[in-house]
Design a binder for this molecule. Sequence first.
Ligand code: SF4
Length: 511
Amino acid sequence: MRALLVNPAFPDSYWSGRFALRFANRKSILPPLGLITVAAMLPRSWELRLVDLDTETLSDADLKWADVVMLTGMLVQKPSLHEVLRRCRGLGIKTVVGGPYATALPQELDDADHVMVGEGEEMVPILATDLEAGKARHRYDEAGKPDLSAAPLPRFDLLKPGAYHQMSLQYSRGCPFSCEFCDIIVMYGRKPRTKTPAQIIAELEAIRRTGFSGDVFFVDDNFIGNKKLVKELLPEIAAWRNSRRPPLEFYTEASLNLADDMQLVDLMTQAGFTAVFMGIETPSPEALKETHKLQNLRRDLVQQVHGLLERGLDVWAGFILGFDSDGPDCFDRMIEFIQNAAIPYAMVGMLGALPNTPLYARLEKEGRLRPDFIGDQFGLTNVVTRMPIAQMLAGYRRVLETVYNPEIYFQRCRENLARWKPTAGSIRPIAPRDIACALRALWGQGFSGRYRGAYWRFLRWVMQNCPEKLGRAVAQAAAGHHYITYTRSVVVPALLSQLPELAEPQPILAT
Ligand code: SF4
């Protein structure tokens, strides 16, 4: 059998990094880990090819080569995914769709020949056998949550070298918490399941052998969901890293209770972790209670973020506006929090209700859902907010224009760098590609950029106060180019097209 694995295109978001990718000379931030994971579950006798629509085009010749086209996708990839299905139908090619979108809304996939609902480890081999025998069903459902300790090594060899700025792997699935808006726990459950340390070392070795240098993202729902097991894993990663000295450093996603366990933080930095993404969501205790994010309550959130920075872990964070308890002061509180916590990469989105979540069920009952949501959080979502929508979106616009005003962004970077104390072992050696990236960013932002004054003032401050952190500062500034440009040229115009009455200029807060 010949299988073509297709990753549909992602729309831009704060995650996509598109506007800064030219500095890295790469086409996409991250590879399609789900597809190379599925590829490893297919029979070795099959011929496989992979096309990632974020990095390349898909020709009819590619499609006609295949006996079956296998797609994955999240809700935001839905338009591109259906376009590929339409083309396959036209050419008479069989299709299989799996992944988060197929799992959440299989009823929308009548245009696919076969749909996989749930995780693939047990279903994919059964589907492959049925396809070979010519008796595959339309729908396959997972029988139970698969044991990840039996998961095969993803096929990193299928990725095109030089297409991706970062690499990714996965250690665990599932999260023990129960945030109302979260679809992770609906799909992957509340009992974290993990791979073994030997599997993770094998995956890191496979990444190292590709010749990649740079950041590797542990794409876990919550890396510290099972603290006992992660504490057994980290020393093994540290030992591997010390013996192999790969030009790799790591980041992941974790819940904020990480800040309660400095022994775990130290194990992470010793293993080469330099940053962690956290769902802080809101500084409002009322909103945290409302959304059942109880693990973020009764803490000094700013102090805990500072505590992680001072121990060597940078913090990136997700924030949400649009909770029922959000009043007119929520916008200023959000800006003030992000500045005080010194979080340069702050992804602020509007509350969206994903299918099958408790939030979706509640709002459906209350008649507060708009139709046609494709999972894009950065604008009008499917939630009918308690605050009048024009007021909500005007406030949202003001938050984004403030936190991604270049002067205010660089102010946050200064505060972040002043607090960040990298540990000796966590930072990887500088690779030739880092120098090329830095030179392209210096040119793009410092000479031809629209905010070059703010950029040079920032770098001058770094040289005067912490010259040893210059590399990190140039990287922060380069990443900021995406946030600043994406806000100005995509998010704000999209908001204006949704509600033209927002066209009134929004005051930027002095912080
Ligand atoms: S902590 Fe994160 S992954 Fe866990 S339930 Fe909450 S939002 Fe979901």
